[in-house]
Ligand binder design. Structure first.
Ligand SMILES: Cc1cc2nc3c(=O)[nH]c(=O)nc-3n(C[C@H](O)[C@H](O)[C@H](O)COP(=O)(O)OP(=O)(O)OC[C@H]3O[C@@H](n4cnc5c(N)ncnc54)[C@H](O)[C@@H]3O)c2cc1C
Length: 306
């Protein structure tokens, strides 16, 4: 059963008890903490201050109609008769990264401009502050005039800015009767568009590992939580650290060493660029259903042998 409108304000991980804003305490066999980047529960999970810290980077986001885009003869060439995927433009000198792709069945173009946070912008609401076209155009001053037409197509008040945050990697995603998934566990920069995807993988893992498990069977619940941790900590931390390193990812000094604290599987060769074949193989071709089924089968063989 899904209960909407229940704000959680704390969790006792050892007891499996959620404290709700309405004063109730709800005890569960398993608590899955999934309250996002600005998680309120994560400090109860880690036991130490775990607030996100600003990265100094922010994103301008806005939507435009593809009818407007393709009505412009200069812009049309970027999008008509192209393979599916996204388009990106960069200003390496000013470290600005603009990515756009169609959504809603190809009717809308979603734009995201990752840039250095400007003084004062986005401070009234970290997620949904408005920013003027003039400010965005000033940021994009060195971009080709054709691309800038997409900014002018935004509706008044249609461009939003929000700040990007990060948190140090967790060495475990399980504690007592609680486990943590998604941005609460591994908020990351959107460089590789992987934060949501990796959270969905964790959901797939939970689906496989907990299928048919009775909540009162504490030993099996604990065993499945350990398997979850073994499966997800390496992969999620790999993805987060690679994403936080930016488009140069493994080429940034120290990043591979940090990743190796958690992940010991294959990595693409040195110098491999984002979105190259080896990169896509590692980040986007992972089969978590298969991985979880294999881990479960292996654990069952081991327990029969004991
Ligand atoms: C600009 C940007 C672009 C992105 N693009 C991509 C992309 O292209 N591909 C991709 O895979 N990922 C992308 N991501 C990342 C993706 O959006 C996140 O990784 C994903 O939404 C995380 O899911 P989540 O369920 O962990 O958290 P959320 O989606 O944040 O969900 C958390 C939920 O918890 C609820 N909640 C919060 N606090 C409480 C509380 N105290 N009590 C009860 N409920 C609570 C919230 O209301 C919300 O429903 C992008 C992120 C950003 C910022």
């Amino acid at each position: 059963m899904l209960r909407l409108g229940c704000e959680a304000i704390g969790v006792d991980c050892e007891m499996g008890t959620l404290m709700l804003a309405d004063g109730r305490a709800v005890r569960n066999d398993l608590v899955v903490i999934a309250d996002g980047a600005h998680s309120r529960l994560i400090e109860d999970f880690t036991g130490y201050p775990s607030a996100v810290s600003p990265t100094g980077r922010s994103i301008y986001r806005w939507l435009v109609s593809m009818d407007d885009v393709t009505a412009d003869p200069d812009l049309r060439a970027y999008y008509e008769n192209q393979l599916p995927g996204f388009t990106s433009w960069r200003d390496p000198l000013n470290d600005i990264f603009w990515v756009n792709y169609t959504c809603r069945g190809g009717t809308v173009l979603n734009n995201a401009v990752v840039h250095e946070t400007q003084a004062g912008e986005g401070e009234d609401d970290l997620w949904h502050s408005s920013v003027s076209k003039e400010q965005v155009l000033a940021m994009l001053a060195d971009f080709h005039p054709t691309t800038k037409k997409i900014v002018n197509m935004a509706t008044e008040d249609g461009i939003k800015v929000h700040h990007l945050f990060k948190r140090p990697p967790l060495s475990s995603f399980v504690r007592g009767r609680a486990l943590v998934v998604g941005d609460a566990a591994h908020v990351m920069m959107p460089t590789h568009a992987a934060g949501g995807a990796i959270a969905i993988e964790s959901a797939a893992s939970l689906e496989v590992l907990f299928a048919g498990v009775h909540g009162k069977d504490a030993a099996t619940v604990a065993q499945r939580m350990q398997l979850f941790d073994q499966l997800r900590v390496p992969r999620c931390n790999l993805t987060m650290l690679a994403s936080n390193a930016g488009p140069l990812w493994l080429n940034v000094p120290g990043v591979e060493e940090e990743i190796r604290r958690f992940y010991h599987g294959p990595l693409p060769p040195a110098g491999c660029l984002p979105w190259s074949k080896e990169f896509r193989e590692l980040l986007f071709h992972h089969d978590e259903y298969g991985a979880a089924e294999q881990a479960l089968a292996q654990a069952q063989v081991t327990s029969h042998r004991l």
